[in-house]
Design a protein around this ligand. Sequence first.
Ligand SMILES: NC(=O)C1=CN([C@@H]2O[C@H](COP(=O)(O)OP(=O)(O)OC[C@H]3O[C@@H](n4cnc5c(N)ncnc54)[C@H](O)[C@@H]3O)[C@@H](O)[C@H]2O)C=CC1
Ligand SMILES: O=C(O)[C@@H]1CCC=N1
Length: 274
Amino acid sequence: MASRVTFIGAGNMASAIIGGMIDDGHPATAITATSPSDAFLAPVHERFGIHTDTDNVAAVRDADVVVLAVKPQVMREVCEDLRDSLQRQRPLVISVAAGLSAETLDAWLGGSLPLIRCMPNTPSLVGAGAAGLYANANVSDAQRRLATELLEAVGLVEWVDDEALLDAVTAVSGSGPAYFFLMFEAMEEAGVKLGLPAETARRLAIQTALGAARMAQTSDQTPGQLKRNVMSPGGTTERAIEHLEQAGLRQAMLDAMDACASRAREMAEELGKR
Ligand SMILES: NC(=O)C1=CN([C@@H]2O[C@H](COP(=O)(O)OP(=O)(O)OC[C@H]3O[C@@H](n4cnc5c(N)ncnc54)[C@H](O)[C@@H]3O)[C@@H](O)[C@H]2O)C=CC1
Ligand SMILES: O=C(O)[C@@H]1CCC=N1
């Protein structure tokens, strides 16, 4: 029988994982999502056919897995509300919140629960997610397998043994889709400046990214080699790449991802103290 999974929060990240799970064959009847507002839940119910509830405590009753998918800033209140029910039932708890340590979450939930921190990303919606996972000491091997199975249904899963590495995962893949969307915006703008209709430029840019990603995923060659294969000596790509390097794109990525991971650590400090 499929595991019963309750999502606390039904926003961007929860919807992405739910959509991917349903596409992968997880029965909608075994999934519940909550939000304080019915108005917010109606479209989620309509889109996925899952159960929805405005009552978090009622929604976790009978759940095998509870996924905490609210903003970090409201997590404490949500955890403290759920504490008694979760302590009674002891389901596997998975938090997808950025920058909230397992220790802080566990303390808010009353202690000693099996807890996994997961840093997923929104391409989970199309089965192409990438998630980093870290388990606390209370998580059994069977629960690890269950979390792997749930998240692998929506994409790639990488376990980390050191929780601090989840901040690096956040910088690479959690926030990563936004870097590529920014690139699509810029490539579309440039295509339009060069005379293409916006829609054409957008489609070409997105398809090119998809092709590059698929090639990088399946090729024996490194991304650096694949890049050099496109760069004919004295040709067009060489000129473009020279511009990108001179403009500092590489350093900008290093700085942006460092800032991203720092922000996750900062949030852990700020929110853990509340
Ligand atoms: N959006 C993204 O790409 C990613 C987000 N995350 C994490 O996912 C979590 C959620 O982020 P988003 O989905 O982007 O936010 P969102 O704002 O789209 O969704 C938050 C949801 O929580 C609900 N909510 C608010 N208070 C609640 C309460 N007391 N009880 C139940 N539900 C409540 C809201 O109605 C909404 O459905 C965050 O902790 C974030 O760090 C992690 C990886 C990627
Ligand atoms: O921007 C954020 O804080 C969340 C976590 C990773 C992606 N979105």
